[in-house]
Write a protein that binds this ligand. Structure first.
Ligand SMILES: [Zn+2]
Length: 431
């Protein structure tokens, strides 16, 4: 039987650093993962980086690169909006915005706290007090997405070429909004957004919910802080670019947004606070959907979340739980019709101040006819000795087409647009 589909098990933020609490091993290296080790032993291994080694990437940019896209990236703001079902029309700008607690220091805003215990009533009251402004040229409004996070939608003669003001940590100053070019629309957008955010801060500062929180010794939710603006553009759908019908089984609006944007079928998975049950459900859905698609992305963000809690031991346990679920599905995953890939989007260090790490991630590819190299274990260190070597994410989809045996010989062009895959339908040479 020939390979019919690629299954990409993407374990978010899997790669890490060495930790003394784990005998100077990474969480993946220290974890007991008999099933991933088996796949590594029987498969082809290597390392991958979605951009250039050393650069820590966010999930969305890494995913874009792995799926074979680059400059078409529209920004995280519009993708989250799309994933959350907020319709953006062409020319509108979306920028991520979240509530934080600030105070004034040296004439500027300083973040005191960015994680809160708040009741739904408090959140509702604060959200409904966030103003909507409309000038002759620019309209700005806030749309909540989840928790204290949402997006600001900017309509009119607007631009997305302005800097981020969120340092993504507390006890840090809020950065000034800077225009990234001198176009009139950019300068006007920066001024309108700055005026708007000051208005939000003044409104929330004196809000009764925040008065009460202060009396109770709780931090006020008195500022909206923004990052990652973007504008939706046109993009070639994944099935057209790679000749594969695609699905994503994931939780989190950003993955749903990426999937919708690139023309994937989006299967919304739930988060219930139990890694094994969540991943089991995803692999069950994978099996149910498998006949309908030739490229299926199954995502779990457990390793990334454990690392963000700066807990290498928890990350090791999460990896072991994921491995056990892979073990329960191993016979099906390794059936001759599947090309199975296990990898990650980026490293997330379980210690230190970095949000993500710039190290490459391990990758294993298992399938009929693939080289079986000398790697016996799935880890960052073991995979460095794999026969795949170190690849860049921009090579990834070409390797998949090659292993699925749909790749076209380089330099040949069938039809009006050169494609890297052999077309299923072409115009026949008429006589
Ligand atoms: Zn990620």
């Amino acid at each position: 039987m020939s390979l019919r589909r690629c299954i990409l098990l993407l374990l978010d933020g899997l790669a890490d650093r060495a930790h003394s609490v784990l005998d100077n091993k990474t969480p993946l290296q220290a974890a007991d993962t008999p099933n991933l080790d088996y796949l590594a032993k029987k498969g082809l291994c290597g390392l991958m980086h979605a951009a250039r080694p050393g650069v820590p990437l966010p999930s969305e940019i890494a995913h874009f690169a792995i799926f074979g896209y680059g400059k078409e990236f529209p920004g995280r703001g519009p993708l989250e909006a799309l994933g959350a079902g907020i319709a953006l029309t062409p020319g509108e700008v979306a920028v991520l915005a979240r509530l934080v607690s600030v105070e004034v220091k040296n004439g500027g805003l300083y973040i005191l706290e960015d994680k809160f215990n708040i009741t739904d009533e408090e959140k509702e009251a604060i959200f409904s007090a966030i103003p909507r402004v409309s000038t002759e040229e620019i309209e700005i409004s806030f749309k909540p997405i989840s928790g204290v996070r949402g997006v600001l939608l900017l309509k009119g003669k607007v631009s997305s070429h302005f800097s981020d003001i969120d340092p993504l940590k507390k006890n840090a100053p809020v950065f000034e909004i800077e225009p990234l070019c001198s176009e009139v629309a950019t300068l006007k957008t920066v001024k309108a957004l700055k005026d708007y955010l000051i208005q939000v801060w003044r409104t929330l500062e004196k809000h009764p919910v925040n008065e009460k929180r202060r009396q109770k010794g709780l931090p006020p939710l008195n500022f909206l802080i923004t990052h990652r603006a973007g504008m939706m553009g046109k993009v070639e759908p994944f099935p057209e670019r790679w000749g594969l019908s695609a699905a994503t089984i994931s939780s989190g609006v950003i993955y749903w947004g990426i999937g919708k944007y690139l023309g994937f079928h989006v299967e919304k998975a739930k988060e219930i606070g139990n890694v094994a049950e969540e991943f089991s459900w995803r692999l069950k859905r994978l099996r149910e959907l498998s006949d309908g698609f030739s490229f299926i992305h199954v995502h779990h963000k457990g390793p990334d979340e454990a690392a963000h809690r700066k807990d290498p031991v928890l990350k090791k346990q999460v990896i072991e739980a994921l491995d056990a679920v892979i073990g329960e599905n191993l016979d099906w995953l390794t059936s001759p019709e599947n090309l199975l890939v296990v990898t990650s989007d980026h490293a997330t260090p379980s210690s230190g101040p970095l949000v993500h790490g710039g190290e490459p991630v391990p990758i294993l590819i298992y399938g009929a006819g693939l080289w079986q190299d000398k790697v016996n274990e799935f880890s960052e260190i073991a995979c460095a000795e794999g026969a795949l070597g170190r690849i860049e994410a921009k090579d990834f989809m070409y390797l998949i087409l090659n292993f699925l045996e749909t790749a076209v010989l380089g330099g040949l062009c069938y039809g009006k647009v050169p494609r890297p895959y052999f077309p299923k339908k072409t115009k026949i040479f008429k006589v």
